[in-house]
Write a protein that binds this ligand. Sequence first.
Ligand code: BTN
Length: 234
Amino acid sequence: MENVLHFAELDSTNTYLKDNFATLADKTVVMADIQTAGRGRFHRQWISQRGGLYFSILLKPTQTDFAANLTQLMALSVCRAVEELGAKPTIKWPNDVQLSGKKLCGILSEAVAAENGLSCVVLGAGVNVAQDNLNYVGQPAISLREAGIFIDKEILLSSILNYFWQGYNKVIESGFSSLREEYIKRFPYLGKEIAIKNGAVDCAGVLKDISPRGTLLLSSHSGLEEILIGDLIV
Ligand code: BTN
């Protein structure tokens, strides 16, 4: 496999890259067999027991206009890799991957301000690969093994990274538009009644479209709203 720093245990692969970004090369990948302080979106905990795939990539793009869309590229890359194994995943905007309506993968992107004024991006993903019991997750979750798919997590990582690097330059140059068609094929919520939760703020309505920049266009009682961030609830 390409150059991957593989640890038996880390607090968090995202934290490791954030702490060491200055001395590590662009596109460094780090994985850990377990994480003792794995982190999720909105400061949630990501419990990381043995059997899961936990990895992060350090990215030092020359321009970061479309950095937010890298999470969507990662979701699509995970989908493509598990589709090769016979699964039929879907994407729950912005970047969860689901199988049978349960969470298979979560993605956390964090920006780090570098000294030269540009920012680095640390993009981390946790994929449920071989755990048997995900009851500790605060929402319905599933592993590939529970879905009857047995795969070595390093082989899976290699496949995910292949798809990710195939799409990376296009996303950096032109953003979500380079992914939109393939993303929407795996996104089953268009035209549906949904709600979006962002902290204490909730909004609900019919999901009209995904915009060219990857945000949701929601028709609600106050008109057409553009949703930039939040959790989608069906
Ligand atoms: C989420 O769904 O809230 C995002 C979860 C992201 C978890 C991954 S596991 C590898 C990387 N290291 C972390 O601490 N978090 C991400």
